[in-house]
Write a protein that binds this ligand. Structure first.
Ligand code: SAM
Length: 286
């Protein structure tokens, strides 16, 4: 269907299907025609690429991806959208829709089954209630993908793209930096959505690293330490980690000193190398 991001076309389709927006599923659909082509182009949708989309809505981004990529597999949780998508994406023969929660889909299998011989990218206007869990799941699963391009709320985007050692860093930033190079691409105003949310958004891209940083002997332990470090914002590393992991302060202080940092250091001041050295020293002591 043409003009899928035209607001009167969208209203007409939704009305005919008796569709009402679900706030709890983060349903704010894009109605600004310039945004989806930009996401598709900057998100690696092109020759030789298969794209996984998360959350189709009525298919406005899905169709822009399908115009450019070899194949699109889109995962949408809301079964009420299935008849809508049958109508709006009718003209495409390179789209497969999976009606499921993305957190329940075996993405390794999906990539093996659907994208043989293709490079793979993920593109999505993510539902806001589950932004970080989806991004962490995509990164931690070590999927064979080139990039993840997502629209998120502005504040989340700033945290996800923060440079290590700056105030905006959180546990999710360390994970993002560990697995990828994050880039802020462009901002999208709240008026570009229906219904309009209370905040502006931005589009960011994670280019997946071929090799993760060296020196981490146990990733599970590393990320446990990172989460503990940020469990109490603005506290010192020693205080946060000792209370979150339940270790005495002397042990944590030993690990901080052994890792070559001052005892007063706060997690947001640490580099990736600092986190790696600290978690390795802590591992030896516990
Ligand atoms: N891509 C569309 C657009 O840009 O207009 C819709 C984006 S809307 C912000 C998020 C979409 O994700 C909704 O269609 C919602 O139903 C879907 N969704 C929410 N939670 C989901 C989940 N756990 N798995 C898959 N889709 C989900």
């Amino acid at each position: 269907m043409d003009n899928l991001s035209n607001i009167s076309v969208i209203k007409d389709v939704l009305e005919r299907h008796n569709f009402s927006f679900s706030k709890s599923l983060g349903q704010n659909f894009l109605v600004n025609p310039s945004v989806c082509p930009r996401i598709a182009e900057m998100g690696n949708a092109g020759d030789g690429f298969g794209v996984i989309e998360i959350g189709t809505g009525i298919g406005v981004l899905t169709s822009e991806l399908a115009k450019r990529a070899e194949k699109v597999v889109a995962i949408e949780i809301d079964s009420r959208l299935m008849p809508v998508l049958e109508e709006t994406l009718d003209e495409f023969d390179n789209i497969k829709i999976i009606n499921d929660d993305v957190m329940n889909v075996d993405l390794h299998k999906l990539i093996r089954d659907e994208f043989e011989g293709l490079d793979v990218a993920v593109c999505a206007n993510l539902p806001y209630y589950i932004t970080s869990p989806i991004i962490m799941m995509l990164l931690e699963k070590r999927l064979p993908i080139k990039s993840i391009t997502v629209m998120v709320q502005k504040e989340a985007g700033v945290r996800l793209c923060a440079k290590m050692g700056t105030r905006d860093v959180g546990a999710v930033t360390v994970a993002v930096n560990y697995f990828s190079e994050a880039k802020m691409l462009f901002n999208v105003s709240r008026g570009s959505f229906m219904p309009a949310p209370n905040v502006d958004s931005c589009v960011i891209r994670f280019d997946i690293k071929e090799h993760t940083p060296e020196g981490v002997s146990d990733e599970k332990h590393f990320f446990r330490v990172v989460r503990a470090a940020f469990s109490q914002r603005r506290k010192t590393l020693v205080n946060s980690v000792s209370s979150a992991i339940g270790l005495d302060k002397a042990t944590v202080s030993d690990a901080v000193t052994k890792a070559g940092m001052p005892l007063t250091i706060r997690p947001e001041q640490m580099s990736m190398e600092n986190f790696i050295a600290f978690s390795e020293c802590l591992k030896e002591l516990i």
